[in-house]
Ligand binder design. Structure first.
Ligand code: ZN
Length: 417
């Protein structure tokens, strides 16, 4: 595996500045292209899976996190509140409380459930500067978050569908989970005791753990139980990844929560006309963008899957005579949604320019023959060559080939439908 900090700088993906601060990296244009590809990928995957996207502010009043329980159970990781007049506002440590309030803002009938909200949004963690580095330990996190509000009967199907989404996304990203964990409360947890790390009642915790265990068993994935790793409000499935140094961290997660729906007094009107409390399922499919980008760099080096590559096609005119045609081909590729660049003839010999662009998935060399015939001859970064063909057809094929598999297939329906 590669070191993402070293490669990130060499490939011009991200950097940091002491004046912005430790743990606050920024993305350069090539890194931003990867992030955009990931964001639109996951948004489309979610849209097809019945999620609705929302946007919510990265700040909230201190009272919001007191109500959610973060203030008393998570404040070590939170930034101190900022005083604004008589109010105190806090950078949010998670998106859950906002989504609970969005759910609460409208009345819901059992017929609409499950309600699935997704948001790729910022959350903030006051890590000490000694542990910060690269994209893996940061103070500002962009999380691919989502919350499902559903009946108790729907929880297992929703958790199963979330696990299915995680596995499909890992396929498209070429990610390999290091381990699956069923994260449970510590063995000596006195759940429900006011002094306990964990909120709620023991019965709900047992029920959630049993549901998650059932989902993992049915999916046929090997997992380990991890006592003491649960969230303060419930047990969870954690998908662990390992970095180049072998250190494990959680990328994706599925959590069952009875606590926040009670704290926020969420309800829906049941078939009996009475109010009932929904269950909240928290899930992150590709986790935080910082962590997933770091993992992708460490796994693939600079040779990312075609649909994620910052530049997907490089067009290389052999001489000045083909420059104009090469520029036109580049523009037509960009119009088809490809990230294409022109490597000008005056930037070096053809061999040097090919070496310079060796990580780009597709290279099109344009000589007198291609110019005359209006054709394109493409080779990929493994060295395979494709037969020359009409330029428009080749570009159409490349654009189709640069789509992730999960978005290319048309599925009959979601699990549980
Ligand atoms: Zn959440």
């Amino acid at each position: 595996m590669y070191d993402h900090r070293k490669l990130g700088r060499e490939l011009g993906l991200f950097d940091s500045d002491p004046l912005i601060g430790a743990g606050l990296p920024y993305l350069l244009p090539a890194g931003a292209a990867i992030r955009q590809a990931l964001e639109s990928y996951v948004a489309e995957l979610e849209r097809r899976s019945g999620y609705q996207h929302v946007y919510s502010p990265v700040l909230g009043k201190r009272e919001l996190y007191e109500l959610s329980g973060h203030w008393s159970h998570y404040s070590d990781d939170m930034y101190p509140p900022m005083k604004v007049g008589e109010e105190e506002v806090v950078l949010r440590p998670s998106l859950c409380p906002h989504h609970a309030l969005i759910y609460r803002s409208r009345a819901h009938s059992y017929r609409e459930l499950p309600v699935r909200y997704a948001e790729l949004g910022g959350m903030y963690r006051s890590e000490l500067s000694g542990v910060l580095g690269g994209l893996t330990r940061v103070r500002a996190i962009q999380l691919n978050d989502g919350h499902i509000f559903c009946t108790l009967d729907q929880v297992a199907d929703e958790a199963r569908a979330a696990l299915d989404l995680i596995l499909r996304a890992y396929g498209d990203l070429g990610l390999r989970p290091a381990r699956f964990l069923l994260s449970l409360p510590a063995a000596d947890a006195r759940i429900g005791d006011p002094a306990s790390k964990y909120v709620g009642d023991a019965e709900s915790w047992d029920r959630s753990a049993a549901l998650l265990r059932e989902v993992l068993d049915e999916a046929g994935v090997q997992y380990e139980e991890a006592p003491g790793e649960a969230a303060f409000y419930g047990p969870k499935i954690d998908v662990q990844i390992a970095d180049a140094a072998g250190r494990e961290s959680t990328l994706s997660t599925i959590q069952i929560d009875f606590h926040q729906p009670a704290r926020f007094e969420l309800d829906y009107i049941g078939a009996d006309g009475n109010k009932h409390r929904p269950v909240m399922v928290h899930r992150a499919i590709i986790g935080s963008l910082e962590r997933v980008i770091a993992q992708l760099i460490e796994l693939h080096g600079g040779a990312l899957p075609g649909w994620l590559a910052p530049v997907q096609l490089v067009v290389l005119p052999i001489s000045d005579a083909e420059e104009k045609y090469a520029a036109e081909i580049t523009r037509r590729a960009v119009d088809r949604g490809l990230r294409a660049e022109l490597a000008h003839a005056d930037e070096g010999t053809l061999g040097a320019r090919i070496r310079e662009n060796r990580l780009v998935p597709y290279q099109a060399v344009i000589g007198a023959r291609e110019l005359e015939a209006g054709q394109l001859a493409v080779r990929d970064r493994s060295g395979s060559r494709y037969a020359p063909a009409a330029a428009g057809d080749v570009l159409d094929q490349l654009a189709a080939g640069c789509r992730p598999a999960a978005l290319s297939e048309v599925r009959a329906g979601r699990p549980g439908e």
